[in-house]
Design a binder for this molecule. Structure first.
Ligand code: IPE
Ligand code: IPE
Ligand code: MG
Length: 252
């Protein structure tokens, strides 16, 4: 499945990790790190379109983060809600369209209302598709997409694996496409159940920078790194592929 670099912009996904450690080394409570992380979100969202990013998916709260102390979980939700309330108008003016991905049935009602309000106010935004992953698990998303596929199959006419794959791909990527570049801050080198399907051919950049310190120059550096990668999608480098021109010659 060949894909070229999109001419309409990149889909960048970021695992915003390191808030807690950023705070702890400063003798601050972990929640201060989450608060400081919001500033980094603002910076990245503001500079993303200028750097050629059309879709930006930010991992804010994983379904496994429910395992944290309830107070930290509550604080994170409160901080996200405040961010949406304060930034909604700026997002709209900037032409950003917000979409929250993940489960919605466990999100506290005040945050859920703020999400729905921001999504509706920014719905026409065309300069950046900003996706924030809250109560998100890639495995759960894939399972839900598989269930959609299963509902379209019957005992007498089972879907082929290719059809199931097409349905899952459509369900997961119709809105924003596959991930081109996946960045994780905070020094860990793992995916923590983030966009597993959509990142099948993503280029990965791991940086030791803690999320609250991440700024536009770090984002530009990650994109610079990305631009030097050769994406092959299973093929061989085009410079070595001598079959393409001769095939064309044969066709003429
Ligand atoms: C990422 O920072 C934010 C969330 C997971 C909500 P962490 O809170 O995981 O920060 P560290 O990894 O403990 O430093
Ligand atoms: C991943 O970070 C989730 C978010 C950044 C929201 P975690 O800090 O939860 O991941 P692990 O536990 O180190 O894998
Ligand atoms: Mg972490």
């Amino acid at each position: 499945m060949m894909q070229s670099k999109s001419s309409t912009g990149l889909h960048v996904a970021i695992i915003m990790d390191g808030n807690g450690r950023w705070a702890t080394v400063r003798g601050l409570p972990r929640v201060s790190g989450h608060r400081a992380g919001v500033t980094a979100v603002r910076r990245v969202v503001e500079h993303a379109p200028g750097l050629g990013i059309r879709a930006l998916t930010l991992y804010a709260f994983s379904s496994d983060n429910w395992a944290r102390p309830p107070q930290e979980v509550q604080s994170i939700f409160w901080i996200i809600r405040a961010f949406l309330r304060l930034e909604c108008e700026r997002l709209r003016q900037q032409g950003a369209r917000l979409e929250v991905i993940g489960r919605r049935d466990r999100i506290p009602l005040p945050l859920l209302r703020e999400i729905e309000r921001t999504e509706s106010i920014t719905a026409e935004g065309g300069s950046l598709h900003l996706r924030i992953a809250i109560d998100y698990s890639a495995q759960t998303s894939i399972a839900v997409a598989l269930a959609t596929a299963a509902s379209q199959t019957s005992r007498h006419q089972p879907l082929s694996a290719e059809s199931v794959r097409a349905i899952v791909t459509h369900t997961l990527t119709a809105g924003s496409g596959n991930v081109d570049l996946l960045i994780r801050t905070g020094g860990e080198q793992r995916l923590s159940d983030f966009l597993l399907w959509e990142s099948a051919y993503a280029e990965l950049v791991f940086t030791p920078r803690m999320w609250p310190d991440f700024d536009e120059s770090d984002l530009a550096a990650a994109l610079g790194d990305f631009n030097h990668r050769e994406r092959r999608f299973g093929a061989i480098p085009s410079s070595l592929d001598q079959s393409a021109p001769s095939l064309m010659e044969n066709a003429q």
